[in-house]
Design a protein around this ligand. Sequence first.
Ligand code: SF4
Length: 324
Amino acid sequence: MGSGVGGVRAGEIRLIMKVGRERILVSGVDHLSRQSTAKLKETSMKPRDYQQEAVDVLSEAIDSYDPSHVFGLFSGGHDSLCACHVASRHPRFTGCIHINTGIGIEETRQFVRDTCKQYEWSLKEYEPPVSYEQLVVEQGFPGPAHHWKMYHRLKERCLRELLRDTASPKNRRRKLVFVSGQRKQESQRRMVTVDSAIVTGEKNPSPRIVWANPLINWTGSDKDRYIREHSLPRNRVVQLMCMSGECLCGAFAHEGELNEIRLHYPKAAAEIDRIAAEVKKAGKHCVWGTAPPGKKNKPDSRQMELPLCFSCTTKFESGINETA
Ligand code: SF4
C-alpha cells in the first residue's frame, strides 16, 4: 500500500491523544514509546472515579466557604440518600434535614427516620407554619403554574426557619452548606442550565446558603452502584412508584398518579380524598393533580429551577417529553 497525503497510508486512521503532557499518536504505533503505550493503556482503562468526584465537590464547598453547618437534605429518594451518605463521610457533616410538608407518603418519612437512626445521622424535620390543607382550602389545588406558591409556603418557609435556628449572633452571614442529590442526567433541561456543582449567592431563600450537588455528574448507574457498594437500604416506595412521594402537593402530578398512589399507599390517597372534600366545600378547585379550569397548565422557567423540587420538575418534564 502506497503513502497518501502527509505520509498517512490509504485507509489508515491516525489519532493523536494527549496523556499528561505527552501527545501520543495512536495509529502510528511505530512512533509510540513503550512508556507512552503503558500510560495510554492505564489511562484508557481507568474508570471514571465518580465517588471521588462527589467527595471533591463537597470538600470544595466546605473548604471555600467554611460553613457553620453541613446538612444533607434527605427527602427519602435514592439520590438524596446517596448525597447524605457522601456528606456523612465528611468530618464537618452536621446531620440531615427532612422537610415534612404534611402531605405525602408516610412510609417514605419513616424510611428517612429509620435510615438516619441506622447510620446515627442526626435528623431534624421541619414543617411549614401553614399546613397544606389550609393552603388548598383557601386557594384550591395547584396546577403547574401555581407551583411557585406551594414551594414558598411549604418548603422555603421551612428553610427560613432552619436559617433562623442556625444563625450565629456573632456572624449572621456565616454560610451553611446544603447537600442535595440533584443530578444533571435526570433532565435534558438541567444538562443545559446547570453548569456548576456548587451554587451560592442566590437570594432563594438566602445568600447564606451554599448548595452543593456532589452527584451532579452521576448517571443512574453510578447511583445504583453506590447503593450496592455501600449496602445502603432502598426505599420501597421508590421501588414501587419510581418516586419518593414524601411531598404530594399535586402541582406536577401526572395523569393517573392518584390512582397509582391509591394502589400502593391507600392511606396517602385517602388523605388526599379527605382534603379534596374540604376544598370542594370551600368552593375551590378540588381535583388534585390538575390545573384549575381556564388556568395555565405550564410553569414558567423560574419554577423549574427551584432547588427542593427538582425530582418533581424532572418527572413533569419527562411527561412532557413522552407526550411531545
Ligand atoms: S412540586 Fe413536588 S416537591 Fe415541590 S412542593 Fe410540590 S410535591 Fe413537593
